[in-house]
Ligand binder design. Structure first.
Ligand code: BEZ
Ligand code: FE
Length: 291
């Protein structure tokens, strides 16, 4: 089939762009006119058939229908597997050299999880014990007292509490706070790799493209401190087999950490009341000043 730009012939693109010309909000006008331009150019370039467009509409409909108000957000998942979430992240966070890098938010955050004490265990069920400690600092290296670290991770079955209703409320979630010296301490379990949900349209898409759904093991953080930009990031286990092939492209080298083995008799075990062998990570977060 000859690849003819029918939009030009019928003036469709120009007319659709013009239809948004009176949009009072300048940014909205710009976004919509560019969206029309690029969508039309995509359809022309691939010579989109009616059947393909209908299939796409069915796919987007199913994507919306599987979403719920708690933890299932298939549109975020779609944006993630297309690499769009990480592109927007890169545009939004052109961090200076010093600040900790951000990564995808993901669809499994739940607000309002329990406030936890310094060093409190957020694992409410047994697992391989871990301890994550460090400072939250500003870009000059000054420790920040009163920062809040909202933390979440999956259980060893690869599921988040909320997603897996068998887990106790607040399991492997919690809001930690830095102490007077800007230090934080989190007791938990060692994260495991897990597949993103594959029982919806995004799973079918990955399947059709022979892509695997796995994310390397990680711990999620959303960190806030007065006068500083919010940081949304993960710490990734550096020995994970999926570290080079994250299904959502979220890995950055600066976010890799080693879970170092420590014996039950280690001084940290005593300090945090750990009575078995565990794994320890030390990591300092650096926040940018807010504009
Ligand atoms: C997550 O890490 O929770 C996640 C991120 C993107 C897609 C699915 C899950
Ligand atoms: Fe995750």
């Amino acid at each position: 089939m000859k690849n003819i730009d029918l939009s030009a012939e019928h003036d469709i693109t120009a007319r659709a762009i013009k239809s948004f010309a009176q949009t009072p909000n300048e940014r909205l006008r710009f976004l919509l006119q560019k969206l029309v331009t690029h969508l039309h150019s995509f359809a022309s370039e691939v010579q989109l058939s009616e059947a393909e467009w209908f299939q796409a509409i069915q796919f987007l409909t199913a994507t919306g229908q599987i979403c719920d108000d708690v933890v299932r957000q298939e549109f975020i998942l779609l944006s993630d597997v297309l690499g769009l979430s990480m592109l927007v992240d890169a545009i939004e966070h052109r961090t200076s050299g010093e600040a900790t890098q951000s990564t995808v938010f993901g669809p499994f955050y739940i607000a309002g999880m329990p406030d936890r004490e310094y060093g409190e265990n957020m694992a409410l069920e047994p697992g391989s014990p871990s301890l994550i400690t460090g400072y939250v600092r500003d870009e000059s290296g000054k420790p920040l007292a009163g920062a809040m670290l909202d933390v979440w991770q999956t259980a060893e079955n690869g599921q988040y509490s909320g997603q897996d209703t068998a887990q106790p409320h607040g399991n492997l979630r919690g809001r930690y706070h830095t102490d007077e010296q800007g230090r934080y301490a989190i007791r938990s379990i060692v994260p495991v790799s897990y597949p993103i949900p594959t029982d919806g349209p995004v799973g079918s898409l990955l399947d059709a493209c022979l892509r695997h759904p796995w994310r390397p093991a990680h711990l999620h953080f959303m960190i806030d401190a007065p006068g500083h930009r919010r940081l949304v990031t993960h710490l990734f286990n550096d020995d994970d087999p999926y570290i080079e092939s994250d299904a959502v492209f979220g890995v950055k080298d600066s976010l890799l950490v080693t879970y170092e083995p420590r014996p039950a008799g280690h001084s940290l075990a005593e300090q945090f009341g750990i009575d078995e062998d565990f794994r320890a990570v030390s990591f300092d977060f650096v926040l940018e000043r807010s504009a």
